[in-house]
Design a protein around this ligand. Structure first.
Ligand code: SF4
Length: 391
């Protein structure tokens, strides 16, 4: 086992732990610490860290837990993720969390925040409405007031005042985290065999349950290791996988795509960790303004964001070209309205730009990958064949 194998094993254990043991252990070391669970996609984790807390990503129960109670709260024709989260909450897996934040990405998440309120899960349950107006005097002011509201809710629990210094230090640490992730993606663009998409996925996702400084150390080691040669280059095609920004793929589905002959050289799996695409000002007199400015002007693209001036289909094809992708795999969770409504739009743009693509749907607890693997394998073979013909 090399250093990365050991890190991946450690991260996989964290990702698969639906009891959130690591964050709970972190909290229990100091009575003023708080845990705030947040749902996909993006949440400014800096504000919780500054308030002596840890923001923990709740990405669903995946295929780690059978859903028994969640089906009673939701109709059958919605995605799987919120049902699993209800089971996690009602079965006590989220005990010790102080509060929960539900970013506004779709009606399903909004309704989940209501269920948490009705069931009195946690000391607070906040529906975080993101601005769809990107004017700093309108959407900016509103977003800042939303962050202030969350800080006040945490203050009511631990009575720890949050000042400029704490916020700037938190921004500094999360800037490092995002820089490291950007570096890893850039190295993989050139040498995708050095770190598989599955390995990358568990490493990034583990960061949603770890103190940011510890995750930064881990990422630093990963960068050191993949700057050296590792693995064997394969005759794979290069793909961007898009659509799984909220409900997450089963780990084995990511492996199946890879083993069907693809290097996944970019994705939106845990896109919240890379949401802000540039460093946030870490020396600001008003750090909440700095976070607001970053959200308004330096957010990545996603189906959950109103983007009429800079459409996502254009940005997606640009990303695929920048990464020198041979094609795009649209992989949306079943019944995910935001992803599925955008897919035809994006595919039309792919056609205009001669970008090849395929499309499938999945569920976080999908257990059968054979059909998807065959589809992806055929996609990979056909691209290799076309390239040979046109060469
Ligand atoms: S998977 Fe899609 S529909 Fe389901 S909660 Fe997430 S964004 Fe909403």
């Amino acid at each position: 086992m090399d250093k990365i194998d050991k890190i991946v094993e450690q991260c996989k254990d964290i990702v698969c732990d639906i009891n959130y043991t690591l964050p709970k252990q972190w909290k229990n070391k100091n009575k003023n610490r708080v845990l705030v669970g947040y749902l996909p996609i993006y949440f400014p984790r800096e504000i919780v860290w500054a308030a002596n807390g840890l923001a923990v990503g709740i990405m669903g129960a995946g295929d780690f837990k059978q859903v028994l109670k969640g089906d009673a709260y939701y109709q059958s024709y919605i995605c799987h993720m919120p049902r699993g989260i209800i089971d996690l909450a009602l079965d006590g897996h989220l005990n010790e969390f102080d509060g929960f934040v539900f970013p506004s990405i779709c009606d399903v998440i909004r309704n989940l925040s209501g269920i948490f309120q009705v069931e009195k899960i946690g000391k607070f349950s906040k529906y975080l409405d993101y601005p769809q107006n990107f004017n700093k005097e309108i959407g900016g002011k509103f977003y800042k007031s939303e962050m202030e509201d969350i800080l006040e809710k945490i203050y009511q629990i631990n009575k720890m005042p949050v000042g400029k210094e704490q916020l700037n230090e938190a921004i500094r640490l999360y800037n490092i985290n995002r820089q490291y992730l950007r570096t890893i993606y850039d190295i993989r663009e050139k040498y995708p065999w050095r770190l598989s998409a599955y390995e990358l996925y568990v490493i990034v996702r583990a960061g949603l349950s770890m103190p940011v400084d510890e995750h930064n150390q881990l990422l630093e080691t990963v960068i050191e290791e993949i700057n050296k040669e590792r693995g064997i280059p394969m005759d794979n095609i290069r793909v961007v996988v898009w659509g799984a920004f909220c409900e997450q793929m089963p780990l084995n589905l990511i492996k199946s795509i890879e083993s069907a002959g693809c290097y996944i050289i970019d994705d939106d799996f845990i896109i919240g960790s890379r949401w802000i695409t540039k460093d946030v000002d870490e020396n600001s007199d008003d750090p909440l303004n700095a976070l607001t400015e970053a959200f308004l002007n330096h957010s990545t693209f996603s189906s959950s964001i109103y983007d009429v001036d800079n459409p996502k289909e254009k940005r997606l094809v640009e990303l695929a070209k920048k990464r020198k992708a041979d094609g795009i795999i649209f992989a949306s969770p079943s019944f995910c309205d935001p992803a599925l409504l955008d897919t035809p739009l994006c595919q039309k743009h792919c056609e205009k730009n001669n970008m090849k693509y395929i499309n499938f749907q999945f569920s976080e607890n999908t257990g059968q990958f054979k059909v998807i693997k065959e589809q992806v394998g055929a996609f990979s073979d056909s691209i290799k064949l076309w390239e040979d013909i046109t060469a």
